[in-house]
Design a protein around this ligand. Structure first.
Ligand code: ADP
Ligand code: GLC
Length: 493
């Protein structure tokens, strides 16, 4: 049994922008079910309802040292991760977190995000210190908490509570690295000697993720293929050299899917339950979705779904480019998502022009996400890069065949249909182009329209696939074990 401190900017169900929240929440739960002593720390964002989650202040205000800002007095609220006994500490510092967004508002990132997440990183360590709770592992995620390994190796190196802790940094996405003016060094307080090539310095600015990658005991990505891809400039956004420096400590551990939330047999959001043995409910879900979105209710028309952040990473521009031609193939498309303003304008405009074939809802809508994933025949995800991706796993569980670009976790989870061996769980393609997407949709439609047994086999295999958090948690246990061997009490970080 290990003592694990999880620190992250997002944790479902309290605070979620994307898959990061799901991944941190599900992993925490899986580790706790396996008997580990685990605690989590996140900020108390303005959108988190203290009453609904029954959060209670724990102890007097905690003064968190923030370099030239002095000590910031944070209140720590305590709650439990639903469905588990895991204690979650919420760092309350209203001037930083009492806002509408997690990272941004109206498309603009908060200018003080550096300070906001350094505070989270520092506060997490101060909380366990105050409690005298000695973690074996401090597990952090993405740039927001990447300062933690740096702090552990410097200011907390000789700390009674934290000196023995090993750190693991999980890379969920390398696009955002937390790059700020170098003045942030004076707040981080670790000393300018760490503002260096093999440390926090990046083109004369602070790069928190880079610092974390150098300082963490072990690092990992959320799929094996992404672990290989980020050795290349095209995937690493300027820090490929950093990744290569630590390549021998880099592992890919595939995320799981939360089948407690995503199961067509028990899903509370969908019109009718169904299973692989009896797919009649899926036909009802399709009819329900078509009706709800105002599309013609025709079971014979193929329906493709998109549930996504509307950003370049997800290949949303490729979807936009191909969409008029996709509709001309006689396909209906249902989309829910939010992201870049051009995408909102484009998709809403097209929905007005082609209401017979295309429907979209701009925004975040969990119920509709479930209804699309259940009701569609195909699920489109032509990502340019995809560290893991969760929605394609959900789609498979619902017998909704994924049409994906073979990159990152998509490559590791979706097996391309092979006509010769009648194997596969979806359709994959290589080129990040609208034409490649379109060709693959054509290929899928040919089979869909003429080969019912082949389609039934695809659906059966897709629905039988399981990507469990239990399996992922076991792999993290191994990684923690290796990190502990290397930690200061082993051979020094
Ligand atoms: P990423 O984290 O890169 O956005 P993932 O596939 O890992 O991609 O996770 C996305 C998560 O966010 C999934 O749980 C998905 O259902 C959810 N999601 C994305 N967009 C929306 C939306 N517009 N409405 C509801 N849920 C959404
Ligand atoms: C990031 C990635 C996504 C991954 C998620 C959870 O948001 O973009 O691919 O599934 O993190 O690890």
């Amino acid at each position: 049994m290990l003592k694990i401190l999880m620190v992250a900017a997002e944790l479902a169900p309290f605070a979620k922008e994307g898959g990061l929240a799901d991944a941190v929440g599900s992993l925490t739960k899986a580790l706790s079910l396996r008997g580990h002593g685990i605690r989590a720390v996140i900020p108390l964002y303005g959108r988190i309802d203290r009453g609904a989650w029954r959060l209670r202040p724990a102890g007097p205000p905690l003064p968190v040292p923030m370099g030239r800002l002095g000590h910031l007095a944070c209140t720590v609220f305590e709650g439990r991760l639903p469905g588990t006994g895991v204690p979650v500490s919420f760092v309350d510092y209203d001037p930083f977190y009492g806002r509408r967004g997690i990272y941004q508002e109206d498309g603009e990132g908060y200018p003080d995000n550096g300070e906001r997440f350094v505070l989270l990183s520092r506060a997490a360590l101060e909380i366990v210190r105050r409690d005298g709770w000695r973690p074996d592992i401090v597990h952090v995620h993405d740039w927001h908490t990447a300062a933690v390994p740096v702090l552990l190796n410097t200011l907390y190196r000789d700390d009674g509570t934290l000196s023995a802790a090993a750190s693991v940094l999980t890379l969920h996405n390398l696009l955002q690295q937390g790059v700020f003016d170098k003045g942030l060094m004076e707040i981080l307080g670790v000393g300018w000697e760490h503002f260096q090539l093999r440390g926090l310095e990046f083109f004369d600015r602070v790069n928190l993720l880079k610092g974390g990658i150098y300082h963490a005991t072990r690092i990992n990505t959320v799929s094996p293929t992404y672990a290989r891809e980020i050795l290349q400039p095209e995937f690493a956004y300027g820090i490929e050299g950093v990744i290569r420096d630590r390549a021998s400590d880099l592992l890919g551990i595939l995320n799981g899917a939360d089948y407690g939330e995503w199961d067509p047999e028990t899903d509370r959001f969908i019109a009718a339950a169904y299973s692989a043995a009896d797919l009649r409910g899926k036909a009802l879900c399709k009819k329900d979705l078509q009706g709800f979105l105002g599309l013609p209710e025709d079971p014979a028309v193929p329906l493709a779904g998109v549930v996504s952040r509307l950003v370049r990473q997800k290949g949303i521009d490729l979807v936009a480019d191909a969409l008029p031609r996709i509709l001309d193939l006689g396909v209906q498309v249902a989309l829910v998502g939010s992201g870049e303003p051009w995408a909102h304008t484009f998709f809403e405009g097209l929905a007005r022009e082609r209401p017979d074939r295309f429907a979209c809802r701009i925004g975040y809508d969990e119920a509709l996400a479930h209804r699309i994933i259940a009701g569609a025949d195909f699920f489109l995800m032509p990502s340019r890069f995809e560290p893991c991706g969760l929605t394609q796993m959900y789609a498979m569980r619902y017998g909704t065949l994924p049409i994906v670009r073979a990159t990152g976790g998509l490559r590791d989870t979706v097996e391309n249909y092979d006509d010769g061996t009648l194997s596969g769980t979806g359709f994959t393609f290589d080129d990040a182009t609208a034409d490649a997407l379109l060709d693959t949709i054509r290929r899928a439609l040919r089979i869909w329209g003429s080969r019912p047994e082949a389609v039934a086999g695809l659906i059966r295999r897709a629905m039988a696939k399981r990507f469990t958090w239990e399996a992922a948690a076991r792999r993290y246990e191994d990684l923690y074990g290796e990190a502990i061997e290397r930690s200061p009490e082993g051979q020094g970080r």
